[in-house]
Write a protein that binds this ligand. Structure first.
Ligand SMILES: Nc1ncnc2c1ncn2[C@@H]1O[C@H](COP(=O)(O)OP(=O)(O)O)[C@@H](O)[C@H]1O
Ligand SMILES: [Mg+2]
Length: 254
């Protein structure tokens, strides 16, 4: 079988609860609609949510990959993933945080590289902490999505992050403003945000995408962007997700 050169897209933020996990799942749905083979990797080791959101059972997780790599037992990434549907697989984070502490950062790059040979797209879910793990994940990513909300601390922290990126001459990031999370909070408009951050918000998840039924969808293990009713009622959000996905695919590999 030919070796693929899949792209690695990481969703992260400067603050908790900005909608990262939900966005990872929604983008997976969009890429599936484009016919891509997607692996979602849950690298939020202390707040794992992907497998639970998709009702995927099983004890296989990234820890097994790390353990087998350490002991020279690793064979194929296929043996460690959980299957959601024909297009979407998941490499889960361990359910037990005591096990998560055993995942050494030095293996994360190897896992990302090996997995990218088998899939068109890797979507990496992360937390908001900047630590050794995060730096390695970001370094291996073709594109990084910073998901932010309309929150003063979030905006200020993004400003610091952007200036660090500019110092390092890095341009492989997109800023996505999630208005579907805190939709009552609209003190700053997109232009205020641009003025404070000195950079553009590239895309918006509109407030119209705020969904009261999200808990029911999660309980049923459904992906919003693959749900017919959600698709019909949220044309604007669906269009924006499409734009984000197409923009990610267009960017050249590092
Ligand atoms: N479009 C939406 N409509 C309603 N609630 C949402 C939406 N997106 C996310 N949420 C809710 O916001 C909370 C945080 O989202 P989550 O994706 O878990 O964020 P993070 O991964 O950044 O912590 C969750 O309870 C989630 O169900
Ligand atoms: Mg999350």
């Amino acid at each position: 079988m030919a070796v693929k050169q899949g792209k690695i897209f990481t969703v992260t933020s400067m603050k908790g609860g900005t909608g990262k996990t939900t966005t990872v799942l929604n983008l997976a749905g969009i890429f599936k609609r484009m016919g891509k083979k997607v692996l979602i990797i849950d690298m939020d080791f202390y707040g794992s949510a992907v497998a639970a959101s998709l009702n995927l059972d099983g004890d296989r997780s990234i820890y097994n990959v790390v353990d087998d790599l350490t002991n020279n037992r690793f064979d194929y990434i296929d043996n460690y993933v959980l299957s959601y549907d024909d297009n979407i697989d998941v490499l889960a984070a361990p359910k037990d945080p005591r096990i998560a502490t055993k995942i050494g950062s030095k293996y994360l790059g190897i896992i990302l590289t090996k997995a990218s040979m088998k899939y068109d797209i890797l979507l990496v879910d992360t937390n908001y902490v900047i630590d050794e793990n995060k730096l390695i994940i970001l370094d291996h990513s073709d594109e990084i999505i910073y998901l932010m909300t309309n929150d003063p601390i979030d905006i200020k922290n993004m400003k610091s992050m952007i200036s660090i990126y500019k110092d390092m001459d890095k341009k492989n990031y997109k800023i996505v403003l999630n208005e579907a999370i805190d939709c009552n909070r609209s003190y700053f408009n997109k232009y205020d945000i641009k003025n404070i951050m000195k950079d553009n918000v590239d895309y918006t998840i509109p407030s119209s995408f705020h969904m009261k039924s999200i808990d029911k969808l999660v309980l049923d293990g459904k992906i919003m962007t693959l749900d017919k009713t959600v698709q019909l009622k949220n044309k604007k959000a669906m269009k924006n997700f499409d734009l984000i996905a197409k923009a990610l695919l267009r960017e050249k590999k590092k």
